[in-house]
Write a protein that binds this ligand. Structure first.
Ligand SMILES: [Zn+2]
Length: 349
């Protein structure tokens, strides 16, 4: 984790002053660009609810336009805001790095004093359609929503990002629910314990970290919904953690986060499930779970079976509890408030 000192980052600046500053930055950059080989261009500031995302683009060739890049950032921000009913931190410095190849890769997210910073690579040959299909930027933004926990619990950070990202995109209408469940059913088995497994806190393989963590989230979501007659879900627990101040800027013991989540749902599901999964393999019968949720694989998609015993819970996981998100739509509509250029990269250590 590192910190960035920012002239605009720590204060809430009026739109008027931001526009003036944008003009000044453009003037400065027009002088500086001529002599500077490595430049970073300030594309835009996206305002989403009370949060600001400063989008900068490092020098390099790309197929996609600036507008297409900004639409991609907005889609990811809207997805996270749809799931959490707000954007998680006041400010994000988002650095887009043009790179070789095709697609989006190499995303990294860091907690900062006033929010976070994300660095993410976009391949030169990436198309607008490719950006529309991207999941990685949403995954990185989900990392902002949860406190930093000690290393042995890294599975919960990656598990939440892996589990929430596709659901968040469905809730923001950026991704199809059938495709989402198809991928979840296809991929979740990678989180199952293999021989020699010593539980999530002690088995740091890729599968157990990303998909083992996601499986913890799925099991918690189902159990919270069972215990609350489908009135609450993991989304309520995760919003509760965020509301309690547990975002990426802060280092918390894992137990504090789980307790905040459990308080939000009036259950002890997170603490109970953690106790069962932290030191032991805890095998899960995934085919039986898909059957109960009413999800049947059908070629390269899935069919939903609405007479299945947990079909309503599947709907709750997918779309949230009905009437639960009155603020989401307005919070999720971003405004662009500044376009300008900056001459040199922001110092990063
Ligand atoms: Zn991640």
């Amino acid at each position: 984790m590192f910190q960035i000192g920012g002239h605009l980052s720590t204060t809430r600046t009026s739109k008027h002053w931001i526009v003036i500053l944008g003009i000044i930055l453009r003037l400065v950059s027009s002088f500086a660009c001529a002599s500077s080989a490595s430049t970073e261009q300030m594309l835009s500031t996206i305002q989403i609810g009370n949060s600001r995302i400063d989008v900068t683009l490092e020098s390099g060739d790309l197929t996609v336009s600036h507008d297409e890049l900004l639409a991609w950032v907005r889609n990811a921000a809207e997805s996270v805001a749809a799931y959490y009913q707000r954007y998680p931190v006041p400010h994000v410095a988002l650095h887009i790095i043009p790179s070789g190849g095709r697609g989006v890769y190499g995303g990294r997210t860091f907690g900062e004093e006033d929010g976070g910073s994300i660095r993410i690579h976009v391949g030169k040959s990436t198309t607008a359609a490719g950006l529309k299909m991207d999941w990685m930027l949403t995954h990185e933004m989900v990392h902002l929503t949860f406190p930093s926990v000690p290393d042995e619990h890294h599975w919960i950070e990656e598990g939440i990002a892996t589990y929430v990202e596709p659901i968040a995109r469905v809730r923001a209408k950026k991704f199809d629910a059938n495709a989402m469940w198809y991928e979840v059913v296809r991929d979740m088995h990678q989180g199952l314990p293999e021989s020699g497994d010593q539980g999530l806190d002690h088995t740091h393989s890729w599968g157990r970290t990303y998909w083992g963590g996601a499986m913890f989230c799925l099991l918690a979501d189902v159990e919270i919904r069972k215990q609350t007659n489908n009135k609450k879900g993991l989304d309520d627990a995760l919003r509760g953690i965020l509301l309690a101040g547990g975002d990426m800027r802060h280092d918390w013991p894992l137990e504090n986060a789980l307790d905040a989540g459990d308080r939000a749902t009036g259950t002890t599901v997170l603490r109970t499930l953690y106790a069962r999964m932290k030191n032991e393999p805890y095998p899960v019968d995934l085919p039986a779970l898909w059957q109960q949720l009413g999800i049947a694989q059908d070629g390269d998609t899935v069919r939903f079976i609405d007479t299945a015993p947990l079909a309503a819970i599947r709907e709750g996981i997918t779309y949230g509890t009905p009437g639960d998100s009155p603020k989401a739509a307005s919070e999720a509509r971003p405004r662009t408030i500044m376009v300008g250029r900056r001459a040199s990269p922001r110092p990063i250590s």
